[in-house]
Design a protein around this ligand. Structure first.
Ligand SMILES: C[S@@+](CC[C@H](N)C(=O)[O-])C[C@H]1O[C@@H](n2cnc3c(N)ncnc32)[C@H](O)[C@@H]1O
Length: 239
């Protein structure tokens, strides 16, 4: 199943457009993660509309018997909008380090069962065998392999047996894309003198093989679903 997944229809064209964009933005300095999203809060949802099909699919792959979920990097809750349409009673804990994103989520869903937590998910305690499902959409592609391993270990521990981790994220179409973006990420961090412990907004996606290998290292050896659309890939793994 994993072998048949097409991450990008036209890899050559995608890489050429990516390189053009990297050249055009070569002078642009990195922004700190929370500041990046706060500055763009008014246009954020419109910008993310390119993934409306992926948000709908993401909600569809979440089984309807799931009662409680932890959403990591929930932002304004675009994935939750779709999940609540399907299951309005689901209980959600949403973690995000950006208060302005969480304020918008709250405004949209005052009637829903949600606990919003303004915290860095590397620091937040996910608990042990607590959740039916842990989800994350378009947030983890900002982190390096060793950081993702920490997250996947925490997610594995926090899921009930048989629980699901559902990731919707930017996946690199080839090793060249993964390598190129990481090179530029390190160059930009160095140029701006950003300390190692600061989170910045820059995309450093892994290839599908790399992403799944980190999940396996954390204990997720049952991959139940992978599909890709409009540049977003949905991966479902079971504990
Ligand atoms: C592109 S947005 C995605 C938001 C939402 N999941 C969606 O698809 O609309 C990425 C979100 O991840 C959050 N984020 C990034 N790093 C984080 C961290 N270490 N801890 C908590 N939230 C983080 C950002 O603040 C931002 O709201």
């Amino acid at each position: 199943m994993v072998n048949n997944v097409v991450i990008r229809e036209n890899i050559e064209q995608h890489m050429s457009e990516l390189k053009d964009w990297l050249n055009e933005t070569a002078y642009v300095e990195l922004e700190e993660m929370g500041d990046f999203f706060t500055r763009r809060i008014n246009d954020y949802e419109e910008h993310m509309a390119i993934w409306s099909r992926a948000y709908q699919r993401f909600a569809q792959v979440l089984p309807s018997n799931v009662k409680s979920i932890l959403d990591l990097g929930c932002g304004t809750g675009l994935e939750l909008d779709e999940i609540w349409k399907k299951n309005p009673n689901i209980e959600v804990a949403g973690v995000d380090l950006c208060q302005s994103m969480l304020d918008k989520l709250r405004e949209k869903h005052i009637d829903k069962k949600i606990k919003v937590i303004c915290e860095d998910y590397f620091q937040y305690d996910f608990g042990t065998e607590k959740w039916d499902a842990v989800i994350s959409f378009e947030s983890f592609h900002h982190f390096l392999p060793k950081q993702k391993k920490v997250l996947y270990d925490k997610i594995y521990q926090s899921l009930k047996k048989g629980g699901l981790f559902i990731l919707g994220d930017y996946i690199a179409c080839c090793e060249e894309e993964e390598r190129l973006l990481q090179e530029i990420y390190f160059q930009k961090r160095k140029k701006s003198g950003i300390p190692e412990d600061r989170f910045v907004h820059f995309d450093i996606p892994f290839t599908l093989e790399h992403e799944l290998s980190v999940m396996r290292e954390a204990g997720f050896d049952k991959i139940t679903h992978v599909e890709s659309m409009d540049g977003a890939t949905i991966i479902v793994v079971e504990k």
